[in-house]
Design a protein around this ligand. Sequence first.
Ligand SMILES: O=P(O)(O)OC[C@H]1O[C@](O)(CO)[C@@H](O)[C@@H]1O
Length: 259
Amino acid sequence: MRQLRYDELTVSVAPSAEAAGAAAAERFAAAVRAELATVDTGDAVAVILATGNSQFGFVRAVRERDDIDWSRLVVLHMDEYAGMTADHSASFRRWFADQLLPYVTPREFHGIRGDHEPVEEELARYSKLLADLDPAVCVMGIGENGHLAFNDPPADFDTTALVHLVDLDDACRRQQVGEGHFPSLAQTPTQALSLTVPALIRPRTVLVVTPEARKAEAVRAALEGPVTPDCPASVLRTVGHAQLFLDEESAGTLRDQVA
Ligand SMILES: O=P(O)(O)OC[C@H]1O[C@](O)(CO)[C@@H](O)[C@@H]1O
């Protein structure tokens, strides 16, 4: 795996999406073991995990590992469409029900109830969970528009909120149609509940898994462009405890291969 560095950010380039996910899963397992060693025996550690096609390599690798004590992990996630029921095929809670929970049994899994009314109550509930559990590790992806969770550009880097209601931009919504989650743009939700950028980068270990050629432009902007809310993922270059896992395709347009 090639190692690059952009400002404070370590970037690892794996030969394939599967290898990038496996490398992130190995780092995740090590970070979890280190965190568990710092708490009392029997106590749990909270982690934030992402969903989406970019996370398949990671989730497939992490659920097969035998060195993660899931009984001592509390799993949170980072976003859900507003109004979305948990059984809809595009629901991010459904993603966990399909991709992770049949394979491993965390002590607790807390889904974001996108369909809860009023939405302010759900934002407050999830914000309190995050504040109380203080997650130690976050694993996420980068969207085609450079977003982190559902923080589309321009993202708020300075908010003191942990979870907020956001409008989804057309690029983000088009990606969801392109991936087959919704039949058309008109049927794609326009709002979501999302962890904020400060909440996503607050954990002591931040692992970002972003394979595939369709992410290459967002990756190039995040690493080689300015650090700006117009490219939300560029904030990762200011985070000393983050590591980005690419494959050769998503790293394919990087001009300055900084060793
Ligand atoms: O994996 P995808 O679908 O490319 O998405 C990248 C990021 O966007 C989201 O799917 C939606 O915000 C995140 O959960 C994920 O980390």
